[in-house]
Design a protein around this ligand. Structure first.
Ligand SMILES: [Mg+2]
Length: 259
């Protein structure tokens, strides 16, 4: 396999839970900042933008620069541009998601929407749901920032809304999804970090998004349990299964640096 140049960490359930970092994470990132391995923080959560995540991680005490943060928001913009959708989009998402998209040239519009973009809308209202439903019934293409059904904390996420729209109109297809485990995100990562997909190590706690992302694109994969029972793996196996993320700081440090 190719020599690894970038290690990516999922956030929720991997580096922290309900805003509290797991032991050893600050030391691990500090160590990475002094090593040859580039690192990135990768989240599918599109309820806040990459700038907000940068501040959130910095406030937790992690060493990082803005370019270390990658969210499904940036991958969403790449997807919309590549598919020629926009600039008017119906954005089913939070004010912060809409603001980020506006900063990248996409305007929220109901009357002129070229597509319905489904994000993690923690500010969902009946009015928004009605407008989006009418667009789906009118045949407007549906895209999403990410496919997660449930966000940690048992919160209904974007994938749940996709199921709703599929039920609204039989035969409805989701045209594209930006975040893990899909390709827009990997293309974005290759551009930003100047690496090839097989030079990436993906660390995460979810099989269907984090591990699937790694397996889909030939990356190395590390599944962390952080106190949770080991999930069903199916036919693929991660390169490493860690009971605790902190084990990367000392015990498995030589291993990830030899990959
Ligand atoms: Mg996670």
């Amino acid at each position: 396999m190719a020599r690894s140049k970038l290690i990516l960490f999922d956030l929720d359930g991997t580096l922290y839970l309900v805003g509290k970092l797991f032991p050893g994470v600050i030391e691990l990132i500090e160590k990475l900042s002094r090593s040859d391995l580039q690192y990135g923080f990768l989240t599918n959560n599109s309820s806040i933008g990459p700038g907000d995540y940068y501040h959130k991680l910095k406030d937790l005490g992690l060493k990082l620069q803005p370019h270390n943060v990658v969210t499904s928001c940036e991958a969403t913009c790449l997807m919309l541009r590549s598919l020629g959708l926009g600039p008017e989009i119906y954005i089913l998402g939070t004010r912060k998601f809409r603001q980020y998209l506006a900063s990248q040239g996409f305007r929220h519009s109901y009357a002129r929407a070229k597509a319905l973009l489904v994000g993690f809308d923690t500010e969902l209202t009946y009015r928004k749901l009605t407008e989006a439903t009418r667009l789906v019934l009118a045949g407007v293409p549906i895209v999403a920032s990410h496919p997660d059904l449930i966000c940690p904390g048992d919160l209904p996420d974007a994938g749940m809304l996709l199921e709703y729209f599929k039920a609204a109109c039989p035969g409805t297809i989701i045209q594209a999804i930006a975040g893990k485990p899909h390709r827009w995100l990997v293309e974005m990562l290759e551009q930003r970090f100047q690496v090839r997909r097989e030079e990436i190590i993906m660390v995460g706690d979810r099989v269907n998004t984090d591990m699937r992302f790694a397996w889909n694109f030939g990356m190395r994969s590390i599944l962390v349990l952080n106190g949770q029972p080991q999930p069903e793996l199916g036919e693929n196996t991660p390169d490493l299964i860690l009971p605790e993320i902190g084990q990367l700081t000392e015990q498995y440090w030589p291993l990830i640096n030899s990959w």
